[in-house]
Design a protein around this ligand. Structure first.
Ligand code: SF4
Length: 639
């Protein structure tokens, strides 16, 4: 139980080996320190992992967790998190998903599930108002994602003789066959990165369905409703969340990225793709978009539907457009729509699938691995994806990801990954702060866990993208803020509105230009805020998350506590990774990005990683090996 609203007060341990459910101890003090979602999962992993577990061992945990704002009506708040040990990286991973499972988990009266063990046979789990039913899933095993979810809905309806409102998640063939970058899909949305689906497969867990009739309690309903209304208006008026994202989704970033030279092209050899205009957000919106869609409770609605072979299905995000477009030298948008759909149906991360493919094309070209794949040759790619999901032929090796392949065949310098996780589509040699983020990110080459500095350097503001100055401190601040937003159960896009509208909509104004010029000199100021967040013991109008926590839960919150919680979350995640051997030596990027200038005539167009890393560790108060000290962990109340 809990004294705080916003939570259901129940965290449950699910032992798959014995089909047993028990309470997992999670106190109000834990809630104050870790808020919820990803941060709570990291702390649970920290408390339970010894460093001997592996992704596919039975003692690996899968933690499915929600935040306190999930189900309270806050904008973009019905998201949930899945954390586990990743088979792709061997360290922690977390994947945030906008599907409906989190909302219905709370309707079932549960904040989080801590899943361990392994089902003796393929199984799907039904959760109804915190009662658990373990059903055999032998007949679902082998089904693609939408077929299995439709079948589960049919079974739920049939058992109750009515249309049952429920949330579900499931894996596809890729998860069943433990493809190292298999995803978990909830509705149409994916918990995509680093192989969470493969861990489900290793545990014989095909799907989970949650339903219930609990209401999420809200501490001060009147203030909460008013705040949410105002917040929704703010998001709708903001140029990023009210215009760019609803109009074109993340796909709208293709053109600005091309302009700024950060659109990954030909396996990251270049930052611009000559046929970008054929695979851009504009073409997608004009010629293919049927309707804008969004996750539950989202006023932004950045997703869109497209037509693939007569069916209305989810359209691709920027990462998929970039990596399956210029990344493999393909200018056929229709093919990308089709592949995006096929990958979702197979239950596979589009980023890692595309990037592994690009590596394989280059390895073939260089004679390192004769595999028949070539840049621009698109005829057999659908078949290749299927072969990966079913681990047939070369698909069996492609299923291991680019790091594994480059260790086997050579070609590490152009395996575009960090800690085993393939990078997103933002080419960091013209966004060096983003490059730092990719390298130090706790889950490997992730643009979001890395702090998403590309928005400050290129895609929102335009603060000198080649200078390392201030980037380490900004990277830490952005990482911590994004951790905090995640903890609430909200979409990270809500944090876009932290940038004042006029800076985004008037990029050539004197004020915006001055701000861009000043940012690289702000390192010491940001360092003070990072070190002493107590100076920010107030609410910031542009970041209503802190008030939302207070009004919805009754828990004390302000900017200072919010930043501190984010920092704690980042540190505890790093401390889990330390148990699995992570240190500064693993905070790397492939040499293509650190040693080879993107523009051969401009030596500054590469990532000066070592310079920034040193400052970053200092800013974080970590030791020279890039790890939080015992003193640091104590200070943060982690131990
Ligand atoms: S902004 Fe996009 S990803 Fe975020 S909650 Fe809305 S629809 Fe989902």
């Amino acid at each position: 139980m809990t004294k705080y609203s916003g939570y259901m007060g129940k965290v449950l341990m699910v032992d798959l080996s014995k089909s047993l459910i028990s309470e997992y101890p999670w106190s109000d003090e834990d809630r104050e320190l870790y808020i919820g979602a990803k941060a709570m999962a990291s702390k649970i992993m920290f408390d339970n992992f010894t460093g001997k577990e592996t992704a596919f061992s039975e003692d690996n945990l899968i933690i499915v967790s929600t935040g306190p704002l999930t189900g309270t009506g806050a904008p973009c708040s019905n998201r949930f998190n899945i954390s586990t040990l990743s088979p792709l990286t061997g360290i922690t991973t977390s994947s945030n998903c906008g599907g409906n499972f989190g909302y219905y988990l709370k309707k079932a009266g549960i904040d989080a599930l801590v899943i361990r063990g392994k089902c003796p046979v393929p199984t799907w789990i039904e959760i109804k108002n915190d009662k658990f039913f373990f059903h055999e899933a032998g007949d679902l095993w082998g089904m693609k994602v939408s077929q299995s979810q439709e079948e589960l809905q049919r079974r739920m309806n049939e058992a109750r003789k009515c249309r049952v409102k429920c949330g579900m998640l499931s894996i596809g063939p890729a998860g069943e066959n433990m493809v190292k970058y298999a995803a978990v899909i909830s509705g149409e949305r994916a918990a995509g990165r680093a192989g969470v689906g493969a861990v489900f497969g290793s545990k014989n867990l095909k799907a989970m369905v949650a339903t219930g009739n609990h209401e999420v309690p809200v501490f001060d309903p009147e203030k909460t409703t008013k705040l949410y209304q105002k917040w929704t208006e703010t998001l709708r008026k903001h140029p990023l969340t009210g215009n760019q994202l609803p109009k074109m989704g993340t796909a709208g970033l293709v053109s600005p990225m091309q302009m700024r030279g950060i659109l990954s092209t030909r396996n990251y050899a270049y930052g611009q793709y000559e046929h970008f205009d054929k695979v851009s957000g504009e073409v997608l919106a004009e010629d293919y978009n049927i309707v804008n869609k969004g996750c539950m409770s989202c006023p932004i609605k950045c997703a869109r539907t497209v037509n693939v072979e007569g069916q209305e299905v989810k359209g691709p995000e920027l990462e998929t457009l970039g990596l399956l477009g210029g990344g493999i030298m393909n200018d056929n948008l229709e093919l990308i729509l089709k592949w995006n759909y096929e990958l979702d149906e197979l239950g596979m991360d589009t980023i890692s699938a595309a990037s592994t493919l690009a590596w394989a094309m280059e390895a073939n070209e260089q004679g390192l691995w004769k595999n028949g794949l070539s840049f621009g040759k698109t005829a057999n790619i659908s078949k290749t994806f299927e072969n990966i999901a079913y681990r047939r032929g070369i698909g069996n090796e492609l299923a291991e990801g680019s790091r594994w392949l480059s260790e086997k065949y050579g070609g590490k310098d152009f395996a575009i990954q960090s800690k085993g996780l393939e990078l997103a589509a933002y080419e960091p040699r013209r966004s060096v702060g983003q490059g730092l983020g990719y390298a130090v990110s706790n889950r490997g080459g992730c643009h979001l866990n890395g702090g998403y500095l590309v928005i400050v350097e290129n895609l929102g503001l335009n603060a000198d993208p080649q200078t390392p100055h201030a980037k380490a401190d900004l990277c830490m601040l952005m990482q911590d803020l994004m951790e905090s937003v995640s903890m609430t159960g909200q979409c990270l896009f809500t944090s876009y509105a932290v940038f004042p509208s006029f800076l985004i909509s008037k990029p050539n104004s004197v004020v915006t230009k001055t701000v861009n010029k000043v940012i690289p000199f702000l390192g010491p100021v940001v360092r003070i805020l990072n070190k002493f967040p107590g100076i920010a013991s107030f609410h910031l109008f542009l970041l209503p998350h802190t008030k939302a926590i207070e009004y919805a839960t009754g828990m004390k919150c302000n900017l200072a506590r919010f930043i501190r919680a984010g920092e704690r979350s980042y540190n505890v995640e790093r401390a889990v990774n330390a148990k699995f051997g992570v240190s500064a030596a693993m905070d790397t990027l492939p040499k293509r990005l650190t040693n080879v200038p993107q523009d051969p005539k401009d030596p500054s167009t590469k990532v000066p990683l070592e310079v920034m890393k040193k400052v970053y560790y200092e800013a974080r108060g970590w030791d020279k090996n890039g790890l939080p000290t015992e003193e640091k962990l104590r200070k943060m109340k982690i131990i």
